[in-house]
Ligand binder design. Structure first.
Ligand SMILES: Cc1ncc(C[n+]2csc(CCOP(=O)(O)OP(=O)(O)O)c2C)c(N)n1
Length: 632
């Protein structure tokens, strides 16, 4: 096969391409992305929408000397194809293969690691400032979506960039879509900018004019600039970016390669901060994108039709019970940070539009907004992925916990998430929430318990509560018809055992039941307790079992430092319980690579077999002496 793409081992190779070849290259990149990603699964829509921008950036700038900083990084598949990773592209998001996001350790062309939104302008500004200080004239190009621009930190960065006036090029890739349709006043504003035909035409005229008038002492440029300023204000009252100190170019058609190239060539030599507003179409070239609710933001690999239909996901069960509880109590309101579908809250929003808030990619604001709602007697449910709540830690501490406001946090993707990898694992939440005074933190053993827990959270008015559940299908258990409150801080003993007792958190309960069955074959009698609560702990039960059995094994899919196991150890120390052995099975103090969840669980020792083996070793190495045990 004689593809243009196969001639590109580094961006240098596309410098010699003529315009027809560049256009052909764009088509091939699209084809390659669609062909591969519909097989492997991954972020499709964003990368397809950014193909021409990617080719133009690599044509005009000299990466890696010039720094390209992607926001979120899910649109960088084309960039990976052009920067020496074409041969490994089919391994994307698979264990040992390419990451689905830019990673500094993966390539010198990935100038900044990313996957959470809104970081590009801050990182780019830092680089531009450092390069300037070192006397380098290397350029920094940040590419941020209209969704990413709803992040508070993107504005914090614009604010400083307009003030510092370093050379920084920001490309705003505006496709009007976040994961779902972008929302908010900023989105409306961008639409106004892009649908102001008079301004666009006049802008082009001024551009032309600038090219034609001989630059006599900068006078013509100055006049043209003044014309441009006044015309602009005629149509759009103050282009916000210009007010913030950026030179604003656009809107341009982000799929018109010639236009994009011309604009970037022009800007390459501009001084100070500039922003190019490129209008693109998310999912461009993928036939199913226009009818997809998310413009093909992400696609899953094809499923095996022979496989049994999976049980409904935890997300789905949560979304359903939220609606049920919303029907019962008009004070229940739901908040998402740009992820109505991902968090399962979209259906609640359709039924109760006035009680549903998509705040944009603004987790910090989401949390403090919820705090305000709680102050006035509403029952806000912040539905969020565990990994994204990290961004709002201070808001959780300062605005919610400190004032003990009854905000309900529901954290999806608690635990290892698979193909998205370390940027998306929800493994720190147990640690960062259990340390906070006033918080109740819980994890259900299955989707049925999840429903009771949400009911419990909304009934609890004394302070904030957090619930964490894993990505993916539930266990497949029956759902109780009647919801009930679970006593706060009460664990659930499930299986008796004389030699050792598992204290398991969330989905690890089932894993420990399987491990207990395996241990029985080795003559070890293992009990299992569904811990339910990370905070407050069931002191009485922990003390009693520590004293009667003498060996507790805590099992959690969260970081070991500061995790649930640490909490149990701290408690036993505080209670002065001696002669007890504690084995803590949790995630190691490292970032876990992307790959399939089953493989990740094997790697970290969280399969039933690994849990059983670890426990057997612990029991055999030093059995608890009979004398250390007291009757229950
Ligand atoms: C802090 C944070 N919150 C949520 C997400 C989940 N997320 C991934 S991509 C995305 C939408 C990004 O929209 P935009 O920047 O416009 O890029 P597009 O996908 O439209 O190209 C969201 C909300 C994230 N990556 N980071």
């Amino acid at each position: 096969m004689n593809r243009l793409l196969d001639r590109i081992d580094s961006p240098r190779d596309l410098k010699s391409f003529d315009m027809d070849q560049l256009v052909g290259l764009c088509a091939e990149i699209r084809e390659e992305i669609i062909e591969t990603v519909t097989r492997t699964g991954g972020h499709l829509g964003a990368s397809l929408g950014a193909v021409e921008l990617t080719v133009a950036i690599h044509r005009v700038f000299d990466a890696p000397r010039d720094r390209i900083v992607w926001d979120v990084g899910h649109q960088a598949y084309g960039h990976k194809l052009l920067t020496g990773r074409r041969d490994r592209f089919s391994t994307i998001r698979q264990y040992g293969g390419l990451s689905g996001f830019p990673v500094r350790a993966e390539s010198e062309y990935d100038s900044f690691g990313v996957a959470h939104a809104g970081t590009s302008i801050s990182a780019g500004l830092g680089m531009a400032t450092a390069l300037d200080a070192q006397g380098s004239d290397a350029r920094v190009v940040c590419v941020i979506g209209d969704g990413g621009l709803t992040c508070g930190m993107a504005f914090e960065a614009l604010n400083q960039a307009g003030h510092l006036r370093k050379n920084l090029i920001v490309i705003l890739n505006d496709n009007e879509w976040s994961i779902s349709k972008n929302v908010g006043a900023l989105s409306t504003y961008l639409t106004r900018l892009t649908s102001a035909p008079l301004y666009r035409r006049l802008e082009e005229d001024v551009w032309e004019l600038l090219g034609k008038i001989p630059m006599a002492g900068g006078k013509a440029q100055e006049i043209a600039h003044r014309i441009k300023e006044s015309l602009k204000n005629l149509v759009i009252p103050g282009v916000m970016f210009e007010e913030l100190g950026f030179k604003y170019y656009g809107p341009i058609d982000g799929h018109n390669l010639a236009d994009v190239l011309k604009t970037l060539e022009h800007l390459k030599h501009q001084r100070g901060p500039v922003l190019v507003h490129a209008v693109t179409e998310k999912g461009k070239g993928y036939p199913f994108a226009p009818t997809s609710k998310t413009r093909a933001h992400g696609v899953s690999p094809p499923t095996d039709p022979a496989k049994a239909k999976p049980s409904p996901s935890y997300t789905r069960v949560f979304g359903d019970v939220l609606i049920e509880l919303g029907r019962r109590d008009p004070r229940v309101v739901a908040i998402t940070a740009a992820m109505p579908d991902g968090t399962g809250t979209g259906a609640f929003g359709e039924e109760f539009p006035e009680r549903f808030f998509d705040v944009g990619i603004a987790e910090q604001h989401a949390v403090t907004f919820a705090a305000g709602l709680a102050c006035e007697g509403l029952k806000p449910v912040v539905a969020i992925y565990s990994t994204f709540l990290q961004r709002a830690f201070d808001q959780v501490v300062h605005d919610v916990a400190l004032q003990s406001l009854p905000v309900t946090f529901v954290m999806d993707r608690g635990g290892l998430v698979g193909d998205d990898g370390p940027t998306h694992h929800g493994v720190f939440d147990v640690g960062y929430l259990r340390m906070l005074p006033n918080f109740v933190v819980m994890a259900p053993k299955d989707e049925n318990e999840l429903r009771h827990m949400l009911y419990t959270q909304l009934a609890y008015r004394e302070g904030p509560t957090a619930l964490r559940f894993p990505r993916g299908s539930g266990v497949g258990v029956e759902l109780d018809p009647v919801l009930r409150e679970i006593p706060i801080g009460r664990a659930e003993p499930i299986r008796d055992g004389d030699d050792v007792v598992f204290f398991a958190l969330g989905p690890m309960v089932q894993r420990c039941l399987d491990a207990a069955a395996l241990l029985e074959e080795d003559g070890i009698s293992a009990g299992v307790v569904n811990a339910r609560f990370v905070k407050p702990l069931d002191e009485e039960l922990i003390r009693q079992l520590a004293e009667s059995v003498g060996h507790l094994v805590t099992v959690e899919e969260a970081q070991r430092p500061a995790g649930f196991g640490s909490a149990v150890s701290e408690l036993l120390t505080d209670l002065g319980v001696e002669d007890v052995r504690i084995t803590s099975i949790a995630l190691p103090d490292e970032f876990i690579d992307h790959g399939k969840p089953a493989l990740q669980h094997t790697k970290v020792g969280l399969t039933a077999e690994a849990i059983a083996k670890r426990t057997l070793d612990a029991v055999r190495i030093a059995p608890v002496p009979e004398t250390a045990r007291r009757p229950a």
